[in-house]
Design a protein around this ligand. Structure first.
Ligand SMILES: Nc1ncnc2c1ncn2[C@@H]1O[C@H](COP(=O)(O)OP(=O)(O)O)[C@@H](O)[C@H]1O
Ligand SMILES: [Mg+2]
Length: 230
């Protein structure tokens, strides 16, 4: 089984006044291809810090991080951003769509700087939106879409470059419970096709969709459990 994520004794500190906050305190985490992992824990426990480092938006102060065949720890910004574009799809709580662009153009954004054929890219983006139930709304702008529809666009955008790792920080945090279930069903379906998924959530019923649940506290992985039903 191929390892997508492997961290060893990962640390991230923040100096706040004269105190040092251990946002990540010697975290060992491995995620295999095809895993579906939920990260839970109280506010301030280090979940977003972990996501940012795993997503190559931030770097650790100590320890090692391997993403597939790449040693991410201590890479420079240029390498980090190219790794991010190639390997990572992000889904955020607040969708992060560009308001002036249509759904289709939002999905195409990650491919804008790639040298791929625009016709093929557009076909792929349309196919993804279609599959996510958005075929009638490709030309809508975000403010013409419901929260669930916006998150579907964001998921299509995250997947358009076929990244090996999908990261989601509270993907259902702004959605009602019916829409949350639809989005989690979608994640389950994608994971069933082999997509590796790691998401942060503070809701037990959202975490219940994952195969593995990791509990963080004070920058450490406190415990982990497997969901038998997922
Ligand atoms: N940029 C930063 N500067 C200072 N402290 C930070 C910064 N980012 C996070 N922290 C601190 O690190 C800890 C973990 O934060 P975070 O990863 O955002 O937790 P969570 O996402 O679990 O709520 C908190 O104590 C937070 O205040
Ligand atoms: Mg957070």
């Amino acid at each position: 089984m191929q390892q997508v994520i492997h961290t060893h004794q990962l640390c991230r500190f923040f100096e706040v006044g004269d105190t040092k906050v251990h946002a990540l305190d010697h975290v060992d985490l491995s995620v295999n291809q095809g895993d579906f992992v939920a990260v839970m824990g109280p506010s301030g426990s280090g979940k977003s810090t972990l996501m940012n480092i795993l997503g190559c938006l931030d770097t650790a102060d100590a320890g090692d991080y391997h993403l597939l065949d790449q040693r991410v720890s201590r890479m420079d910004d240029i390498h980090l951003s190219s790794l991010r574009n190639q390997y990572i799809g992000f889904v955020f709580q607040s969708f992060h769509l560009l308001p002036r662009l249509t759904a289709l153009d939002n999905v195409l954004l990650p491919l804008r700087y790639s040298d791929g054929d625009i016709t093929i890219s557009t076909q792929r983006a349309r196919k993804l939106l279609d599959r996510l139930g958005m075929s009638q709304r490709m030309d809508h702008r975000p403010n013409q879409l419901s929260g669930g529809q916006r998150q579907r666009v964001a998921i299509a955008r995250a997947l358009v470059a076929a990244p090996p790792l999908l990261l989601a920080d509270e993907p259902t945090g702004n959605l009602d419970s019916k829409t949350s279930i639809e989005i989690m069903d979608l994640f389950t379906e994608l994971n069933g096709e082999g997509q590796t998924v790691l998401m942060v959530t503070h809701e037990d019923d959202v975490a219940a969709y994952a195969k593995r649940v990791i509990h963080m506290r004070d920058g450490k992985i406190e415990r982990e459990h497997l969901n038998a039903a997922a």
